[in-house]
Ligand binder design. Structure first.
Ligand code: ARG
Length: 568
């Protein structure tokens, strides 16, 4: 249990002892150092309900709390906050070399993370970047905390547009490179479809052939999907995400389950017919005239929809895979879709009672002008081109900074910095807001950026190179002699708590802010506290703190999917 949770438990008991058992103490990191290390909120609300004076109640709680082993000082502040200053021994113990960096959760959950999920008819574009990056960080963090993570890449590989693509593929299959550029291929196929009615007819027949399982159509379709997926995988590898082909669970994988979804809905009395289509009406969602709104699950021609597939996916995940929790990462435009799917799943019994279904939406990437992020020609920017540009810009910066560097080193650094900068820029913003994609900001070596953190890490490593030692060789203990050392210990001790927070609320920017704060606290420590010139015991203590900072930064970045160079 992290210190914050321990404090919460202790104060919960103290609230009860002070006569307010139903009130919940909210323990939060203090906003300023002069407020101590943590602040306990909740006294004022409890006092209001109990009809007592907040400061009196706070006094009673302080008298009742059993926390001598954790706490050095408790103070009442303002109208009734309790400021907590931890004992130095607690801080030292939690950052000692033998203290685990991450402690697995006492209760390990099975968590499905649904992320990335591009549509295979087209090439991955910037619209898929956020889901891929955020989802991958969440999957890594949950895994680090001991949960069993099942990645599900719910790629779109089914639907009418494949009829058009396959028909066009058949026409052009004499060219061996026709699928080298899926985007271009899609555009040409679409142009052909719009211009030629006979082609459009053949495309529609191809859809029918595909859906009825015609072997030739299926073989063509598989070829297309295989190539498109390999384009995606190349991007995943380049981005350094953990997704593999084994995580692909495409829309088409649910095809056989769809008739059963419809008959189950009918059996539960949830299905109604409306204009020939099969719908589920939900009182919670109303059309403009106040009548309940229908979610179509089968079209009048018998075809199934995105929604039908998602119902089958909920059942697969919570019942077959036995997930305790399913996290969906898509942009906010799909919020209503998921809210409806979750509701229908509950009613129809497609989701296990205890399973938690969460849609965690995100905002859009905007250009510097505040409008949707587009290429100069106005089209969507391809991910590969975006990453090329990131690496090229990083290479230029690195070359300016250190022209002596060997070419091979320069290239590997440029890759880590460029890709890292793009990922971090996304992860460090509150996910639910739109964010402005700004090359200068994300590639800056100052501020809350990947290059700043990567550089901070290499600076610590260079201290060890100058000391001509490694942490493993150090014999001694950490001591706290000055405020900057204490501040660093406190920041280091909070790593676990921050990871748990992100695992809970799926906001990776908390981890970014934490790492940025840690690096800043370290820089203040480093400016105020000499290391190599000190006597052995002080030097060892400070080196141990430096090492702990380095491994925390490295681990934190790794959990965000960002590499750290050893020097730069
Ligand atoms: N393919 C969809 C899209 O590009 C995202 C799929 C998200 N996951 C899901 N289970 N619906 O919008």
């Amino acid at each position: 249990m992290n210190v914050r949770q321990q404090l919460t438990e202790r104060f919960q008991a103290a609230f009860a002892a002070a006569g307010v058992p139903d009130a919940a103490p909210l323990v939060q990191p203090a906003g300023k150092p002069e407020f101590g290390d943590y602040q306990v909120n909740g006294v004022m609300a409890a006092a209001k309900r109990a009809g007592s004076k907040p400061r009196d109640l706070a006094q009673q709680i302080i008298a009742a709390v059993d926390a001598q082993d954790l706490v050095e000082k408790l103070e009442i502040a303002g109208p009734g906050f309790i400021n907590v200053t931890l004992a130095n021994s607690v801080l030292i113990e939690s950052v000692a070399p033998d203290a685990a960096l991450i402690t697995p959760a006492s209760h390990s959950e099975t968590v499905v993370v649904d992320y990335s999920a591009p549509n295979l008819a087209k090439e991955m574009h910037v619209g898929h970047l956020r889901s891929t990056i955020i989802g991958d960080a969440i999957a890594r963090i949950l895994e680090a905390l001991g949960h069993r993570v099942i990645r599900q890449n719910h790629v779109g590989d089914w639907g009418t547009q494949f009829g058009m693509l396959l028909t066009y593929l058949a026409e052009t299959s004499d060219r061996s490179d026709e699928l080298a550029d899926i985007e271009e291929f899609y555009r040409s196929a679409k142009a052909r479809f719009d211009a030629d009615a006979q082609f459009a007819d053949r495309a529609r027949q191809a859809v029918v052939a595909l859906q009825s399982g015609d072997p030739a159509a299926l073989a063509q379709w598989q070829k297309f999907i295989r190539i498109s997926l390999s384009h995606c995988q190349a991007i995943y590898d380049r981005l350094g995400t953990t997704l593999t082909m084994a995580d692909v669970m495409a829309e088409s994988a649910y095809n056989d389950a769809l008739p059963g979804i419809i008959s189950d809905l009918a059996e539960k009395g949830l299905l109604s017919e409306s204009e020939g289509a099969q719908c589920v009406f939900l009182d919670e969602y109303q059309a403009k005239d106040g009548s309940p709104m229908g979610v179509i699950v089968q079209k009048s021609d018998g075809g199934y929809l995105y929604s039908t597939t998602d119902l089958a996916a909920v059942r697969h995940r919570t019942i077959t895979l036995n997930a305790d929790r399913v996290i969906y990462l898509t942009d906010a435009r799909q919020s209503q879709h998921f809210a409806q799917i979750f509701l229908i799943s509950r009613r129809a019994g497609f989701s296990r009672e205890a399973a938690v279904l969460e849609h965690q939406p995100f905002g859009n990437m905007l250009g510097k002008d505040g409008r949707p992020f587009k290429s100069r020609e106005g089209g969507l920017i391809k991910l590969n081109e975006l990453l090329d540009e990131a690496v090229a810009k990083a290479l230029k910066l690195i070359t300016e900074k250190d022209p002596e560097l060997q070419a091979s080193q320069r290239e590997s650094l440029a890759r880590m910095v460029g890709i890292g900068a793009v990922k971090y820029a996304d992860l460090s913003k509150n996910r639910t807001s739109n964010y402005i994609f700004d090359w200068d900001q994300m590639l800056s070596f100052e501020g809350n950026t990947a290059p700043y953190l990567q550089y901070a890490y290499t600076r610590i490593r260079s201290i060890f190179r100058r000391a001509n030692t490694t942490a493993a060789e150090l014999e001694g203990v950490i001591t706290i002699q000055t405020p900057p050392e204490r501040a660093l210990c406190l920041s280091l001790s909070r790593f676990q708590e921050v990871l748990e927070q992100v695992a809970g609320d799926v906001y990776p920017h908390h981890l970014c802010s934490y790492l940025y704060d840690l690096a800043s606290v370290f820089m203040r420590f480093y400016e105020a506290c000499p290391i190599l010139s000190e006597a052995d015991d002080v030097k060892t203590s400070r080196l141990l703190l430096a090492d702990r900072t380095a491994i925390t930064l490295k681990k934190g970045l790794e959990l965000l999917g960002i590499e750290t160079p050893e020097r730069m």
